[in-house]
Design a protein around this ligand. Structure first.
Ligand code: FPP
Ligand code: ZN
Length: 318
C-alpha cells in the first residue's frame, strides 16, 4: 500500500488548536509538561514551514511567566524549576528570536548550579542525576553562549563513563544502552566539541551498528532490543546517526513510510504507532525524523539541537 503523503495543513491546525482545549481533561493533565509542549509544537511548525502559526508575543509572555526567582523555568507558571523546562524556554526564545527578553545571567546561574563534582548534572535541586541533564545544560548554555559557566571537560569525561561495550550509552555508568540516552550523550559530546577526540572510528562504527539494528520489519525503529517500534525513535536514533555521519545506515524509504503511516490524516498530528492517538511529542519527532531523511518541503533540522538549522546558525553563528 502507498503510504499517505505528509498532511501539512492538518498538522498545522492540530498544533494551533492544542491551546484551545482548556475544557478537556487531557489539557489539565499535561500542565506539568506545558513549556516543553510549546517547544515541541513550535519546532514542528517551523519545520513544516509555518513559523508564524503561533502568536509570537503570547508565546514570549508565556515563557517568561514560567521563570522561577531562582532563574530556572517550570513547565507552567508557579511550577518548580527544572533543567528540562529551562532548556525548552531557551529553545523557544531562540526560535522566535527573543533571547534578549531573558535575564540570561540569572538563568545561567541556575543551570551552572546543577553540575555535580563528577561532571554530571541533576535535573533540579532534588538531585535526580542522568545524562539527559548534561545535554539539557550544555544545549541551553551554548544557545546563551555561556558554556564557560560550567566544567565542560568534566561533563565530557562523565559522558564517556556511560559508554557501554555494545557501543551505546546509558543514563549513568553501567546502565543499559538506550537510543534516547545515546542522543543526549552524542549531543553533549558534539556541543562540547569532543566527539572526534574522545570516540575512535571503531567505537563510532560499533555504535552505528547498534543504532541501525533498531530498525524492525515494519520499517520503524525501537529504542533498545526487544521493544516495539515508536515514531519518536525516528528522531533519537536517526539524529544520533546524523551526528556521526551515518544516516544512510538505516533504510530511509521504509522508515519514511512507517512515520507517514503514524499520521492522523484527518485530525492532524502523529502517534507513536499507526492507529494510536496523536500527541504533540510524537508530532515533532515524526516531522523532525522526516526532515533528517530529507523529506521534500520541510525545513532542515539540526540533529544536535532539534531546532531548525536556520535558527541554530543564527544563534550560534555557524
Ligand atoms: C526516551 O524516553 C527518550 C530519552 C531518554 C531522551 C530524552 C531527551 C531529553 C529529555 C533531552 C531534550 C530533548 C530535546 C529533543 C531537546 P522514554 O521515557 O519515552 O523512553 P522509553 O521509550 O524507554 O519509555
Ligand atoms: Zn515515543
Amino acid at each position: 500500500m502507498t503510504p499517505p503523503i505528509l498532511q501539512t495543513s492538518a498538522h498545522v491546525k492540530y498544533i494551533q488548536t492544542l491551546d484551545t482545549h482548556s475544557d478537556r481533561l487531557d489539557y489539565h493533565l499535561t500542565t506539568h509538561l506545558r513549556l516543553s509542549g510549546v517547544y515541541w509544537g513550535l519546532t514542528a511548525l517551523h519545520l513544516l514551514r509555518h513559523p508564524t502559526a503561533l502568536p509570537r508575543p503570547a508565546t514570549i509572555a508565556f515563557v517568561l511567566s514560567c521563570q522561577h526567582p531562582s532563574g530556572g523555568f517550570g513547565a507552567s507558571p508557579a511550577h518548580d524549576p527544572h533543567l528540562l523546562y529551562t532548556l525548552s524556554a531557551i529553545q523557544i526564545l531562540a526560535t522566535v528570536d527573543a533571547l534578549d527578553a531573558l535575564d540570561a545571567d540569572k538563568t545561567v546561574r541556575y543551570i551552572a548550579a546543577r553540575q555535580t563534582p563528577d561532571g554530571c548534572f541533576t535535573g533540579d535541586e532534588w538531585g535526580e542525576k542522568d545524562t539527559r541533564f548534561i545535554y539539557c545544560a550544555l544545549n541551553a548554555l551554548s544557545l546563551l553562549r555561556r558554556l564557560d559557566a560550567v566544567d565542560v571537560d568534566a561533563a565530557m569525561a562523565y559522558v564517556m563513563r556511560c559508554r557501554n561495550p555494545d557501543g551505546g550509552f546509558g543514563m549513568a555508568p553501567q546502565a543499559e544502552s538506550h537510543a534516547g540516552q545515546i542522543f543526549t550523550c552524542l549531543g553533549a559530546l558534539r556541543i562540547g566539541g569532543a566527539l572526534e577526540r574522545l570516540m575512535s572510528q571503531d567505537q563510532i562504527n560499533v555504535l552505528g551498528d547498534w543504532l541501525c539494528e533498531r530498525q524492525l520489519p515494519s520499517g520503524g525503529l525501537n529504542g533498545r532490543p526487544e521493544k516495539l517500534e515508536d515514531v519518536c525513535y525516528s528522531w533519537w536514533v536517526v539524529s544520533s546517526l546524523a551526528m556521526v555521519g551515518r544516516v544512510g545506515w538505516v533504510d530511509g524509504g521504509r522508515l519514511e513510510a512507517f512515520i507517514l503511516g503514524c499520521q492522523d490524516v484527518e485530525g492532524g498530528g502523529f502517534a507513536d504507532r499507526a492507529g494510536d492517538v496523536a500527541d504533540v511529542f510524537h508530532t515533532v519527532f515524526g516531522v523532525a525524523g522526516l526532515s533528517l531523511l530529507g523529506y521534500e518541503g520541510l525545513e532542515e533540522v539540526d540533529p544536535v539541537y532539534c531546532m531548525p538549522r536556520e535558527v541554530t546558525r543564527r544563534v550560534l553563528g555557524k
